[in-house]
Each structure stands twice: as C-alpha cells, then as structure tokens.
Design a protein around this ligand. Structure first.
Ligand code: HEM
Length: 506
C-alpha cells in the first residue's frame, strides 16, 4: 500500500540535503531571516505534499472508496473544518443535506461514515458494542481523564461503576427535595421579576437552575447562580460562549493545549468570556484539594458525593484512586454534561408549549389534579404518573438537540462490523446523530411538529425504543435519572405556578 508519510519524509530529506562546499571555499553562513524563510518553505512544502498525496490516496485507494459522499470530504478532513469553522455550518445540518443527496450511508470524511437509517442507531450504540470513542472529537472537551472523555470503555466503566449509585433512580428520588429547592428558587426569581414589572430571561434562569442543581447534587455545594440579578450568572454567560471554543479546539487541538496551560490572567485576557467557568472551577478545585488532603473531612458530610466515591479505597478495589487532575476533570465534565443539556431541553419544550395555548390549558388541568394546593408540591413519582406531563417530557426530549448536539463518533474494532447491511472495515469512524432517529418520518409522523399526543396513542409504547436523547449502550448518559427528575419538576412548576407568555419585546 502506498504510504504518503514515507514519501513525504524522503522528499524532505532530499530538500534538506546539505551541499558540501569545495574545501577551499568558505562555508556560506545563512542569515537568520534566510534560515527562517527556508525552514518555513520546507514545512509548507511538506504540508502541501502530504495534503495532496494523502488526499489522492484517500480518494483513490482508501478502504472506504466505495461509499458515496462528497469528493472533497473524502479528500481531506479540512473540508469539515472549512464548513464548520469558516462557513459557520452546523455539522448535523450538513449531514442532513448529504444524506438526502447520497443516501443512508455517507462517507463524510476520509475515514468516517455517517448513518441516517434509524435501525443503524441501535446497531452502533447498543449494550454489546464496547467500541472506543473517537479521539479528535472527545479530546476537544479537555476531559480525557473523566468518564465522558475516556476513549476506552474499560476506563469509563470503572468510573461509572463507582459513580452510578450516586445518580441511581433511588439516590435521585431521595435527593428530590434538593432539586425541588432549586426549582423553588427559580420560581422565586421569576416571581420577583414579575412583581418588579420585568419579564424574565428563562433561558438564563434555567441554566442557573441546572448549574446549581448539578453542583448541589454532585458536590454538595451550590454556586448560587440563581441568586444573580436577572439570572446573569458569570458561569452561565461563559457556558453560552463555550460551544464556539469547542469547535475551534476540535479542529486545532494544539490551541486547546496552549489554552489549558496558560496562566489564569492570560486566559481571562484572551477569552474574558470564560472567566465565569474559571471561577467555578476554582471553587471545585479547592474542594478537591481539601478532600484529598483530609479524606476524613468527607466523613462528616451529611451525604455521599462524587469525591466520597472516587477517593474511596473500597470502591477502587485497592487500586490507586483518582488523582487531582482527574477529579477536577470529572467535576468539570459533570458540571457541563449536567447543566447545558438539561436547560436547553427544558427551554425548548417550554417554548414549543407556549406556542400551543390549548396544550398548556390541558397540562395545567392535569397538574391541578395532583397539585391542587400550591404549597403542597407533588413528588417526582406522582408527577411521573401523569400521562400528558410524561408525553410533554418525552416530546421535549425528542424535539431537542440531545446531550451532545451532533454525532457521537465511535471507532469500529478489529475484524470490522456490519451496519445497515454493509461491511465496515476496522478503524473506520462511524456515528449517527440522534437527530436522524428523532426526525425519521417513518417513526415520528410529521417530525418537525411538537406533538406530545404522539406519545399517548394506543401503540405509543413502541415509540419509546426510538427516544435516544441519552444514547444507548455502555456509554449512555450517567445522569439520566437526575435529568428526568429536573425535567418533571421544572416543567410541572412552570405550568402549574405561572401563566407564562412569550415576551416578543425581548
Ligand atoms: C436532558 C439532559 C441530558 C441529556 C439529553 C444527556 C445526554 C447524554 C448523551 C447523549 C450522552 C452520551 C455521550 C456520548 O456517547 O459521548 C451522555 C453522556 C453522559 N452524561 Fe448526559 N445528558 C443529560 C444530562 C446529564 C446529567 C444531568 C448528567 C450528570 C450530572 C450527565 C452526565 C453524563 C456523563 C458523565 C456522560 C458520559 C457517559 C459515558 O461516556 O460513558 N448527563 N449524556
């Protein structure tokens, strides 16, 4: 097989060959600008040669040549960089276009295939596939020592086994009062704004709620984002800017390494919008340092939090427990996984509900049955029994962007795999966005319409299989129980306590 790297190395070697001067000639000493210029030419030449030769190989001789797709995408990964970074395109929408044009399996990169047939989702993400996560996407989050960012299933499993009891259905039921107390604070903020004649930015309010809930459930501290005037907490403002950085880091990972290593003052100067996250990370870092310095201090804590689990010798079966870097990454990962998705989903569901006053009236009527007196708030379990609220929660999850609004790329293991009836060679990157499942006309009629009633029909149980917001298989969401608890409690409170309407002036 033609090896482009070897060809490039031999080219560089030729170009760099030193010409030995005749013995009586003085050896010419290059000036510094000349040396820099020559070196730069050398690097650019090598890069161009690799780009062209690599691209030709990808287009003509790669194991994926028979799969359809845009030629430019097959030629180089830089085409995706161009589309995402320079044209500002959403990758899922690009994929949607390509699937319409090329079919249900599309070669979307030199070594990457995307699938759009819903059946393929369960063939990639299922309980018997322990495929690695793909490095370039996951490493752009800077969490390669945390559950979410571990590429190997075995590493993630160890962590999940330790942490999942803390986020189990039972644990979350026991902690629902904590979640409810944050729901109450959110409602208080909305009420105060209303009393002052101001409308509220619910998007920010929900983000503050989700941040305070994740930090209190996972770390037993609250960063009190909900107390900030008009819900404009710095951490929440920083989170809003984060996706733009992530796209940049995905395509230029070396930028992320520099960013992470920069002193705080420089980070704040270069990207002032990230200072809110940095401040919360400082709080978590101090907590971690204290816990590591004095593990017994955790024993006094009223309940178990993630550090009890991760630092416990028993849970780690005598093996070395997580180090400071790993604990900090875990905290960051839980904070971001836990806050962003929850608030985005609830916001979207609320917005869709408000577009349908008849639906809001039905929901309010249903809620009144279990919640007649405002001060006596129903439990999570009681709310879960409400058919319309449950349908609203499911439809909210279906219509929303999911946890990771894109593809969850996996690497096909040795021996290859069969997906959608096609043999996929080993080491191919494969992925499918949940968006294609949730928007499949064959499963969800009129998929662009927010229609909770689709979950109430006679054969609606068969739809549950196709709700994949939390993904499926061994790398599915660790926080699913907490997320459901938040969705039920917040949506119920918003539509029982308030008569909300969209403020077109904002
Ligand atoms: C509506 C809310 C949420 C949605 C839609 C969601 C969705 C997802 C999805 C799709 C994944 C799979 C990612 C992948 O394959 O790389 C995931 C993973 C994960 N989620 Fe969530 N999530 C939500 C809330 C939460 C919460 C509240 C927490 C915790 C506080 C959490 C913690 C995690 C963690 C730790 C992982 C990594 C699991 C692994 O890699 O094995 N998520 N989530």
């Amino acid at each position: 097989m033609f090896d482009p790297s070897a060809a490039i190395i031999s080219l560089i070697e030729r170009f760099m060959t030193v010409t030995v001067p005749k013995s009586n000639e003085p050896r010419p000493i290059p000036t510094i600008p000349e040396f820099i210029y020559k070196t730069a030419i050398c690097f650019i030449g090598a890069w161009l040669a690799q780009f062209i030769l690599g691209g030709l190989f990808n287009s003509a001789n790669h194991p994926l040549v028979d799969f359809p797709g845009p030629k430019r995408a097959a030629f180089t990964e830089w085409y995706r960089t161009y589309l995402e970074l320079f044209c500002g395109r959403s990758w899922v929408h690009v994929l949607e276009e390509w699937h319409q044009k090329y079919g249900k399996i599309v070669r979307v990169g030199p070594n990457e295939l995307s699938f759009s047939d819903p059946a393929a989702y369960h063939e990639i993400y299922n309980s018997s596939n322990f495929w690695d996560k793909e490095a370039s996407v996951y490493q752009s989050f800077g969490q390669d020592h945390a559950t979410f960012g571990f590429l190997k299933y075995a590493d993630a499993k160890k962590r999940k086994d330790i942490m999942s009891p803390l986020l189990s259905r039972k644990a979350i039921s026991d902690l629902q009062e904590l979640v409810q107390s944050n729901v109450d604070r959110l409602c208080e903020g909305l009420t105060n704004n209303n009393a002052a004649g101001r409308s509220s930015d619910l998007f920010f309010g929900l983000r503050c709620f989700a941040v305070d809930t994740t930090t209190s459930v996972c770390f037993a501290i609250s960063v009190d984002a909900l107390d900030e005037p008009e819900f404009k907490a710095p951490i929440v403002e920083a989170m809003e800017k984060a996706p733009a950085h992530l796209v940049l880091f995905k395509h230029f990972p070396w930028l992320q390494s520099i960013f992470i290593r920069m002193p705080r003052w420089l980070t704040v100067m270069v990207a002032p919008q990230t200072s809110g996250i940095a401040r919360v990370m400082d709080i978590l870092r101090t907590q971690i340092k204290d816990a590591m310095a004095n593990p017994y201090s955790l024993k006094d804590s009223s309940r178990h939090i993630v550090y009890h689990a991760l630092l416990s010798v028993e849970a780690n079966e005598g093996a070395k427990s997580a180090d400071e870097k790993s604990l900090l990454q875990e905290a960051q990962s839980l904070l971001l996984c836990g806050s962003d998705a929850v608030s985005n989903q609830i916001m979207l569901g609320t917005w869709h509900l408000l577009e349908s006053p008849a639906l809001v009236r039905r929901l309010n009527k249903e809620l009144l049955k279990v919640w007649p007196v405002l001060d006596i708030v129903p439990s999570f379990a009681e709310l879960e029994k409400l058919p319309l609220l449950t349908a609203v929660v499911k439809e909210t999850l279906r219509i929303g962007p999911g946890g990771i609004p894109g593809v969850l790329p996996r690497v096909v293991p040795e021996k290859g795999a069969t997906i959608n009836g096609s043999f996929i060679p080993q080491e191919t990157i494969v992925g499918m966005s949940g968006y294609f499942v949730h928007h499949a006309e064959s499963i969800f009629k009129d998929p662009k319409t927010f229609d909770p009633d689709r979950w109430l029909g006679e054969d609606s149980e068969s739809l549950d299989k196709w709700l994949v917001s939390f993904s499926k298989g061994p790398r599915s969401c660790l926080g699913i129980n907490l997320a459901y608890c938040e969705l039920y409690l917040v949506l119920a409170a918003l539509f029982r306590r308030f008569d909300i309407e969209l403020d077109s002036a904002r």
